[in-house]
Design a protein around this ligand. Structure first.
Ligand code: ATP
Ligand code: MG
Length: 423
């Protein structure tokens, strides 16, 4: 029996890879326009990093992490998200000393032991962005605007939902009110909510059970409990989004699954992926850098799930190809033609063309078929008759027009000239 991949771990095959590259290239371009720099951080970190940042009582830390003890007896975790590791690096290398506000992004795989479904995997990929060092509410709007623009340029339409979770001054009072509200409904909630009522009460609000949601219609709203500072901050975030003409809906039930958030949180949601509605999400985490042993600097960030972006692009179809897969296919017939074609192929590749040929020198019919399968824009035919006349036939595969061109006397200039014509 052959060995298969692990459940929830997926191969990204060549016919899908173009979409991944398109997403990554578009994201990088936009992030650079907004002044972000890339940072690459390890996939493995000390387990403690995630326990301390994401929070012990969160789903991720409680039951989703891939943690193991390595050969030295140290507890290690495969990162379930990007923020903690980026902040660890920011602190470890004192990046704040170089620039007052750091804008960092990272791209790569994350690992969570969840139940695999459409748009939910155990190894998935995130585009993850952080802005460290400023708490200005306009910055929140700028970060949200960047995520919005990325989806826009990819042609993906989503809804933006925002909320404020307050701060350590005002949230405890809200928490108390909420805990009381939930205590009054003890026994009427789902098992998860009964448990979270004590461990992580805010999280009950985004319970997926419709029965629980009916109960929560009357729940207290965090927005009625914000202190004047948080409420003023949130007002400017909303004004700033409006100034950028970005439509949003305030959803006071959106609490997010990670403990480190405060003030602004946001989600970019779609109805096109069933239960996996969040394409991207993020928020402010003003105490987190200090909590991880760094300076008391504020921060905000978000992450987008690349698998979900790919699914949406596939659904919205349209032409997302990056041009022809092959610029030129050489069909060489007979040993003499093959001998000429082999260095020609290399010359054309050096001249920048995506070029290919059939090294086995099969029949013309078979080679033309291969050119079609390779999605070649042009084919260069070197037949025996052509070879004897020192010419080759250049065929435009879409218009089917053909012309004869002289064979090279000098390889490199000839290849460069042909590459210039074709592109
Ligand atoms: P969800 O509510 O879908 O579980 P989340 O709140 O756990 O999402 P975050 O931790 O905020 O997600 O991660 C940001 C984004 O990463 C999500 O909006 C989603 O697009 C993507 N994502 C999260 N978990 C997975 C997963 N298991 N598989 C694929 N994508 C994921
Ligand atoms: Mg999740």
């Amino acid at each position: 029996m052959s060995i298969t991949a692990l459940k929830g771990f997926k191969d990204i095959l060549p016919d899908e890879v173009g979409l991944w590259q398109l997403i990554e290239a578009t994201a990088r371009d936009i992030f650079h326009r907004f002044g972000f720099a890339e940072i690459k951080v390890p996939i493995l970190e000390k387990t403690e990093l995630f326990a301390r940042s994401i929070g012990e009582a969160t789903d991720i830390v409680e039951k989703e992490m891939y943690s193991f003890t390595d050969r030295n007896g140290e507890s290690i975790t495969m990162r379930p998200e990007g923020t903690a590791a980026v902040l660890r690096a920011f602190i470890e290398h004192s990046l704040h000393a170089k620039l007052p506000v750091q804008k960092l992004y990272t791209v790569g795989p994350m690992f969570r032991h969840e139940r695999p479904q459409k748009g939910r995997l155990r190894q998935f990929h995130q585009l993850s962005c952080e802005v460290l060092g400023s708490e200005l509410p306009r910055l929140d709007a700028e970060v949200i605007a960047m995520a919005w623009l990325l989806l826009n340029e990819l042609g993906i339409s989503v809804r933006l939902e925002i909320n404020s979770l307050g701060c350590p001054q005002c949230r405890p009072r809200f928490k108390e009110t909420l805990v009381q509200f939930l205590a009054d409904r003890a026994g009427k909630l789902c098992d998860d909510c009964e448990r979270r009522r004590n461990t992580n009460p805010l999280r009950v609000l985004d319970c997926k059970s419709s029965h629980c949601q009916e109960q929560y219609v009357a729940a207290p709203s965090i927005l009625d409990h914000l202190c004047p500072e948080c409420s003023g901050h949130f007002a400017i975030v909303k004004e700033s989004l409006s100034a950028l003409a970005i439509p949003f809906r305030v959803n006071s039930f959106m609490v997010r699954g990670l403990d480190y958030y405060n003030r602004t949180t946001f989600e970019l949601v779609t109805d096109a992926l069933g239960a996996q509605s969040a394409v991207g999400a993020g928020g402010r985490y003003d105490g987190l850098i200090e909590q991880l042993g760094g300076p008391p600097l504020p921060g905000i960030g978000f992450a987008m799930g690349m698998e979900r972006l790919v699914l949406l692009l596939q659904q919205q179809a349209g032409d997302t190809s990056n041009g022809p897969a092959t610029d030129l296919f050489i069909a060489a017939l007979g040993e003499e033609a093959q001998q000429l074609a082999f260095p020609l192929l290399h010359g054309l590749r050096r001249a920048g063309l995506k070029a290919n040929m059939d090294l086995e020198g099969r029949s013309l019919k078979s080679q033309m078929k291969q050119a079609g399968r390779a999605d070649a824009a042009f084919t260069l035919i070197l037949g025996e008759d052509e070879m004897s006349r020192k010419v080759a036939v250049l065929r435009d595969m879409s218009s089917r027009e053909q012309e004869e061109i002289a064979l090279p006397t000098e390889l490199d200039p000839w290849c460069q000239e042909l590459a210039r014509r074709i592109r």
